[in-house]
Design a protein around this ligand. Structure first.
Ligand code: S3P
Length: 434
C-alpha cells in the first residue's frame, strides 16, 4: 500500500486518535495475569497490540474482542499461563517481545519468541543480560537478535539493575520478571522513561515503590482484575499536533489524549519551537492523566532540543523532524542514538526522505541537524516503518509538489485508519494498493 498526497491544505476539526499502544499492550499482559475479569475500553486495534492478544490466547487465556475498542480478559493468575504449542510470533512489536521475555523467563514451561524481519533485526541483548543475571536461561540468534528461546523452570532471584540506556521496555521487562523472582527486584534509569507499567501494576493492586529514583517491587504477590480506559495515544496525536502547527489556517481539537508527563516531550518541544498548543479539561482516568489538546497554526523556529526531552519524545522524532523542516532556522538533536534501533534506523530513514524533499540535513551518530526550508515533492521510502510513513504524509501540507510514500502497510501496527482520519481533517491523502 502507498500513500499519495497532494500538496497543501489545513487541518481543522475535532478528532480522537486510536488508543495508546503502550497501555494497550500492558492491559492485556496484566489482565491475563490477574485474578478475575479485566474489562478494557479504548483498546488500540492495531497489529502490534493484536500480536500481544494472540500470544496470550496461545497461552490459554480467554480474551473476548476487541470490538469497538472493548476487550474482556479472563485472567488466569500469575501461575496460570499454559505452554504455547508453537513459537509466539510478535510481528513488528518490540514492546511485545521485550515485555513478554521478562514474563516468560519466570514460567515453568519453555517458549520461543519471534517476529517479522524488522523485529528480528532489533537488539535483544538488552533484555537477555538482566534476565540472565536474575537466573533466566535465554538464547538469542546471532548478535542477541530474535528468535529468543526461553527455558522455563528456572528459579529467578531479584536483582538491582542499573539500566545502561533509557528504555521503558527493558525497565518493564525486568520488573515483570521480578513478579516471579524471590526477594526484591529494582531498577534505576539514566533518565525517566514512560512509567505505564509501574502505574498499571499499582492499579492492579501490586505495590511498586519509587525512592530516590530506584523503582522496586517484591516477587510473589498477586494482581487483582480492574477496569482500564485506554486514553488516545499521544504518539498518534503527535502527527496532527505537527500537522496543525505547520499548516496555515489550521485549528484542531484532539480529545481524550494521554498526557502522562513521561510522554509529553512532543508538546514541550513544539512549544519551545513556538507552537500554539493548549491543554483543556485535564483529568485523571484510571491512574493516567488525560486532556483535550487544542492546536492552531503558528510559525515555528528551529531549536536545540533539550537533552532531558529526548526520552520523553522518543517515538515522536520522525514527525518532529518534519516540524523542524518547516521551521525557520536550524534544529539540532543529539543524545538520541536509540532512534537507530527502532522499527527502522529512524535517523537514516528520515534523513533520506528529507533530502529527497530538498531539506538540508546533517546526520550525526546520535542525532541530526535540520535546516528549515521549503519542501518539494518526491517519492519517499519508509523502510517499512509506520512512523516514517505517517511523518512524510504530514509533510505534504507544506510541500510544493505531490509526495508518494511507498510501503505504508505497517501504519496499521499503531494507527489503523490513519489515512481516513487524516483525510477527514483536511490532508489530501489517498491510499493506493496495487
Ligand atoms: C515502549 C517503549 C519505547 C518506545 C516504544 C514503546 C513501551 O521503547 O519506543 O514504542 O511501551 O515500553 P524503548 O524502551 O526501546 O525506548
Amino acid at each position: 500500500m502507498e500513500f499519495k498526497l497532494l500538496p497543501g491544505g489545513d487541518i481543522t476539526g475535532e478528532a480522537r486518535v486510536p488508543g495508546d499502544k503502550s497501555i494497550s499492550h500492558r492491559s492485556i499482559m496484566l489482565g491475563a495475569l490477574a485474578r478475575g475479569t479485566t474489562r478494557v475500553s479504548g483498546f488500540l486495534e492495531g497489529e502490534d497490540a493484536l500480536a500481544t492478544v494472540a500470544a496470550f490466547r496461545a497461552m490459554g487465556v480467554q480474551i473476548e474482542g476487541p470490538e469497538d475498542g472493548r476487550v474482556v480478559i479472563h485472567g488466569v493468575g500469575l501461575r496460570g499461563l499454559q505452554a504455547p504449542d508453537r513459537p509466539l510470533d510478535l510481528g513488528n512489536s518490540g514492546t511485545s517481545i521485550r515485555l513478554l521475555s521478562g514474563l516468560l523467563a519466570g514460567q515453568s514451561f519453555n517458549s520461543e519468541l519471534t517476529g517479522d524481519a524488522s523485529l528480528c533485526g532489533r537488539p535483544m541483548g538488552r533484555v537477555i543480560e538482566p534476565l540472565t543475571l536474575m537466573g533466566a536461561k535465554i538464547e538469542g540468534a546471532t548478535g542477541g537478535r530474535p528468535p529468543l528461546k526461553i527455558h522455563g523452570g528456572q528459579a529467578l532471584a531479584g536483582i538491582h539493575y542499573d539500566l545502561p540506556m533509557a528504555s521503558a521496555q527493558v525497565k518493564s521487562c525486568v520488573l515483570l520478571a521480578g513478579l516471579y523472582a524471590s526477594g526484591t527486584t529494582s531498577v534505576t534509569e539514566p533518565a525517566p522513561t514512560r512509567d505505564h507499567t509501574e502505574r498499571m501494576l499499582r492499579g492492579f493492586g501490586y505495590e511498586v515503590k519509587r525512592d530516590n529514583g530506584v523503582i522496586s517491587l517484591q516477587g510473589g504477590g498477586a494482581l487483582q482484575a480492574m477496569a482500564i480506559d485506554v486514553p488516545a495515544d499521544i504518539s498518534s496525536a503527535a502527527f496532527f499536533l505537527v500537522a496543525a502547527s505547520i499548516a496555515p489556517g489550521s485549528d484542531l481539537l484532539l480529545t481524550h489524549v494521554g498526557i502522562n508527563p513521561t510522554r509529553t516531550g512532543v508538546i514541550n518541544i513544539l512549544q519551545l519551537m513556538g507552537a500554539d498548543i493548549t491543554l483543556r479539561n485535564p483529568r485523571e482516568v484510571g491512574g493516567e492523566p488525560v486532556a483535550d489538546i487544542r492546536v492552531r497554526y503558528a510559525p515555528l523556529t528551529g531549536i536545540e532540543i533539550p537533552a532531558d526531552q529526548v526520552p520523553l519524545a522518543i517515538d515522536e522524532f520522525p514527525v518532529l523532524f518534519i516540524a523542524a523542516a518547516c521551521a525557520r532556522g536550524r534544529t539540532v538533536l543529539r543524545g538520541a542514538e536509540e532512534l537507530r534501533v527502532k522499527e527502522s534506523d529512524r535517523i537514516a530513514s528520515m534523513a533520506e526522505g528529507l533530502t529527497t524533499l530538498g531539506i538540508r540535513n546533517e546526520v550525526l551518530d546520535d542525532g541530526i541537524i535540520i535546516e528549515g526550508g521549503s519542501l518539494g515533492g518526491g517519492v519517499i521510502r519508509t523502510f517499512h516503518d509506520h512512523r516514517i510513513a505517517m511523518s512524510f504524509a504530514i509533510a505534504a501540507l507544506r510541500a510544493e509538489d505531490e509526495i508518494r510514500v511507498l510501503d505504508c502497510d505497517h501504519v496499521a501496527t499503531s494507527f489503523p485508519g490513519f489515512d481516513a482520519l487524516a483525510r477527514g481533517l483536511g490532508l489530501q491523502i489517498s491510499a493506493m494498493t496495487d
